[in-house]
Design a protein around this ligand. Structure first.
Ligand SMILES: Cc1cc2nc3c(=O)[nH]c(=O)nc-3n(C[C@H](O)[C@H](O)[C@H](O)COP(=O)(O)OP(=O)(O)OC[C@H]3O[C@@H](n4cnc5c(N)ncnc54)[C@H](O)[C@@H]3O)c2cc1C
Length: 225
């Protein structure tokens, strides 16, 4: 576990604002996360879990504890003739997950190429782009309940997904930290290209493949930025 005091969050927010947090804690696994949650000092402090900080705007220094996951790894949890179930550590960079799936020929998230952030936050935010949302592939989300100290597994339905919204964003629910996400991808991908100017961009490619869709989406995103 890594613990830093008066730590600069410059590297942890997209705008590179030079704000500081009183404490920064980075845990490597679920056991370390549980130790943090059970700590009495932690329980008394204001805390915020961040991913890569691409959807957060820090205006002032944070007088509390910023938590960050280092739970990584992508593994095949289940494989059938038609699909694979991937178990992904919350700290994996989302776009690395997409690049990996595309390189393996597994479809379902290629339209979500180039979205900044980590896998855990992607499932919290229900990220979406070019007619696809992560909720279309999420099978389950593994979490740790900050109040009851229980490990939980949410089915897709239990995640209560809406537009850029989920159970995990509702402040009336117990706070849950996402540790792993499980997504089902297709070995026989069906392309969804009738959204925005994706079809137009894909006309520049000799054929529609997972890689072509990924490259086209990234190209459009770069033009927009
Ligand atoms: C240039 C740019 C382009 C973008 N394009 C898109 C787009 O096309 N589509 C789209 O949907 N979004 C887009 N976004 C928004 C952003 O990429 C997503 O919201 C992304 O999921 C944020 O990931 P993050 O790791 O940076 O999360 P953060 O910004 O660090 O956190 C986001 C939220 O998730 C919570 N959180 C983070 N990790 C966990 C965890 N492990 N467990 C529980 N809660 C957690 C945080 O507390 C916070 O509430 C874009 C942002 C930028 C800056």
């Amino acid at each position: 576990m890594r613990i830093e005091e008066n730590y600069s969050l410059k590297k942890h927010n997209t705008f590179h604002l030079p704000v500081k947090t009183r404490w920064f804690m980075e845990y490597m696994n679920e056991e370390e996360l549980e130790r943090i949650f059970r700590d009495e000092y932690f329980q008394e402090c204001l805390s915020l879990h961040i991913g890569s900080g691409s959807n957060l705007l820090f205006i002032n220094d944070f007088n509390g504890i910023i938590l960050h996951s280092q739970i990584k790894g992508i593994s095949v949890a289940e494989e059938t003739e038609d699909s694979v179930l991937l178990r992904i550590g919350a700290a994996e960079k989302w776009d690395d997950v997409v690049a990996y799936a595309v390189s393996e020929g597994w479809g379902g998230i290629e339209n979500l190429s180039g979205i900044p952030g980590e896998a855990g936050a992607a499932a919290v935010q229900n990220i979406g782009a070019y007619g696809t949302e992560i909720k279309d592939v999420v099978e389950t989300v593994e979490t740790y309940n900050q109040l009851s100290f229980e490990k939980c597994t949410f089915t897709n339905e239990e995640c209560l997904y809406g537009y850029r919204d989920s159970f995990f964003k509702n402040e009336h629910n117990d706070p849950h930290i996402v540790t792993y996400i499980n997504i089902r991808l297709s070995k026989k991908p069906q392309f969804s290209v009738n959204y925005g100017n994706l079809k137009e961009e894909l006309a520049k490619y000799p054929e529609i493949t997972l890689q072509a869709v990924r490259d086209a989406v990234i190209s459009i995103r770069r033009q927009k930025l």
